[in-house]
Design a protein around this ligand. Structure first.
Ligand SMILES: [Zn+2]
Length: 126
């Protein structure tokens, strides 16, 4: 059984909104960088100074930004998957057991691909 059309449309706009925000975040990151990102990064944060501690801090924030970027890209892929399921009319259905995913769960995490029971089961296997 699929979710009602109203709910599906609501989730579509949530997903598209999220996607847009992530794309914006990623494009900001890319325009900050370019090919020689590390030196560019340094020039944009002169307040970090040149002592060893400051340098470590600077590297740490660059690494943070990179891992945030990786996380954003992963989320973007999840959103694209969810949008593809919406197109096919399979959105909100558990990929493991084929049952409807609870709407409350989808609202909290719009790109969920499994129901709570399966998620728990999968976690138990790890
Ligand atoms: Zn399931």
């Amino acid at each position: 059984m699929a979710h009602d059309k109203k709910f599906i449309e609501e989730m579509r706009s949530v997903l598209e909104d999220k996607k847009e925000r992530i794309l914006k975040e990623l494009s900001i990151f890319e325009s900050e960088g370019g090919e020689d990102l590390p030196s560019d990064w340094k020039s944009r944060f002169p307040s970090f100074g040149h002592s060893t501690d400051d340098h470590a801090q600077e590297v740490a924030s660059f690494t943070d930004r990179l891992s945030l970027n990786t996380a954003l890209e992963k989320t973007l892929k999840d959103i694209d998957k969810a949008l593809a399921l919406l197109e096919k009319g399979n959105y909100g259905i558990c990929a493991h057991c084929g049952k409807d995913i609870a709407q409350a769960r989808l609202k909290a995490r719009p790109f969920s691909s499994s129901c709570v029971a399966c998620k728990k089961h999968l976690k138990g296997e790890l």
